[in-house]
Design a binder for this molecule. Structure first.
Ligand SMILES: [Zn+2]
Length: 461
């Protein structure tokens, strides 16, 4: 790392860790507003897509989504990089598994999503150093920070992901040994190396951490990291308890996607939005304002603009403020994608009502026996259930428990339980993101209405 980048990293570390503190939420918001105004004033005229909007306030700018961001990719970055150029570099890296390629000093990366077109991100060298400083400030526990500064032994980070990036290896230095474990090769193949690395920090998608936890519980792995961080997918309650039992530590979470570094867990283990760098407008999904889809604006990133970008995720707000003293919004959970929401019909009405994935997860964890891995898919009025293979008797028992738990949930919510059907369990590639709950298609409500009206007519006659 160049000295200027190192200085930048240290500056952002110190600023993020100790200086960006606010006495109240109102103070944070007022400060954010000032930063956003300055950012828009300076950046809109420089970015082709936004030149026509120069002079407008954030609220007056269009809300965009992934489709728009990809369509106008070249006009939303200031490096004049086209989507074709960026995709070609990113795909080349993916295929060669060499992630160090750059385009005029700009790092190009692909999102790890498996649904729909994949997002592409661009970061400059300056932005990478800054990102590394912020990331370290958000994730480094105090004791590790102490040993980073005062001890001779470096910190060793084990990082499991589908794709590496120059962005992540920015962290690599004399004091920090960063090792990427390529999930394309699976998990078990990396065990000897992981064992030899003796990582101080272990970072991986939740279902990979869960697999490592299982191996540790079985005695096949003896690593004892001082921090375990879950990334890239929803942290399911059963995985969380397994990981915590195996490593004897609370699992921390990082919510980092192509569009930015959105949330992290504080020292008390509570998820906080990274509002010192990203402005998040909630698009509320319910009247009680418990769940929202975030519309994000990164007012610190300039190469590629992320302005009023609507993510396809559902976040749930925490009931109470966190006692750590941070005034950034605390979350109870990142629930998953918008299309993980199931829609069931009211018992006494025709409306479809949202059943959020965490409601299902909660109902399933409360079942009287502990259930194996599963998949739930809504196809119209049917709910397809797959249970991880085992003995037939146990699968049947698990299936009955699952149906009872879901039926109970429907009753509590005043909804009609779906028609249950079983489907074959397919574990999926270890390298792909796990999605346990998915809505493939909603109930055709017109169809239901038609049937109800017809039968009412018959009753009338
Ligand atoms: Zn907190």
């Amino acid at each position: 790392m160049k000295l200027t980048d190192l200085c930048r990293l240290v500056f952002h570390f110190v600023r993020t860790r100790w200086l960006l503190r606010f006495s109240s939420r109102a103070a944070l918001q007022a400060w954010q507003q000032k930063k956003i105004t300055a950012f828009l004033k300076q950046q809109l005229p420089l970015t082709p897509f936004y030149q026509q909007y120069a002079g407008l306030t954030l609220q007056e700018l269009p809300v965009i989504d992934k489709a728009v961001a990809l369509e106008y990719f070249q006009h939303m970055n200031v490096a004049n990089i086209s989507l074709e150029q960026a995709s070609a570099i990113a795909l080349q890296s993916e295929n060669s598994r060499n992630f160090s390629a750059e385009l005029d000093g700009i790092t190009v990366g692909l999102s790890s999503g498996t649904q729909g077109p994949r997002g592409v991100f661009l970061t400059s060298g300056k932005e990478r150093a800054k990102w590394a400083g912020i990331m370290m400030a958000r994730t480094m526990p105090a004791d590790l920070l102490h040993s980073l500064i005062f001890r001779a032994t470096p910190i060793r980070i084990a990082f499991f992901l589908r794709a590496n990036s120059n962005l992540y290896t920015t962290l690599n230095s004399k004091r920090i040994h960063f090792k990427f474990y390529d999930l394309y090769e699976g998990v078990d193949v990396h065990l000897p190396e992981l064992q030899a690395q003796v990582p101080t920090i272990l970072v991986a998608p939740a279902h990979i951490l869960s697999r490592l936890a299982e191996l540790k519980l079985q005695g096949h792995l003896t690593i004892s990291p001082q921090r375990v961080i879950s990334v890239a997918e929803v942290l399911e309650p059963d995985d969380k308890s397994r990981i915590e039992a195996a490593f004897g530590l609370p699992v921390h979470q990082l919510y980092q996607c192509t569009e930015g570094f959105l949330a992290y867990t504080c020292e008390l283990g509570v998820l906080h939005l990274n509002e010192e760098f990203i402005h998040i407008e909630p698009e509320w999904l319910d009247q009680e304002k418990t769940r929202f889809v975030p519309i994000i604006t990164d007012f610190t990133r300039v190469t590629q603009k992320v302005i009023r970008y609507r993510l396809n995720d559902v976040l749930r707000v925490r009931d109470a403020q966190c006692s750590c003293g941070r005034v950034s919004l605390a979350l109870a959970a990142i629930e998953g994608r918008c299309d993980d929401i199931l829609w069931w019909q009211q018992r006494n009405g025709h409306e479809l009502v949202a059943v959020y994935p965490d409601m299902l997860r909660h109902a399933i964890t409360m079942a009287s026996i502990s259930l194996p891995d599963y998949r739930l898919e809504q196809h119209g009025s049917e709910l397809l259930i797959a249970i991880e293979s085992g003995e037939t008797a146990t699968i049947n028992e698990a299936m009955n428990e699952m149906i009872a738990a879901i039926t109970g949930l429907a009753e509590r919510l005043g909804l009609l339980a779906p028609n249950f059907k079983s489907m074959t369990y397919v574990a999926g590639e270890i390298s792909s993101k796990r999605r346990r709950i998915r809505c493939v298609s909603r109930t055709d409500i017109q169809h239901i209405r038609h049937i109800v009206e017809k039968s009412a007519e018959v009753a009338h006659a």
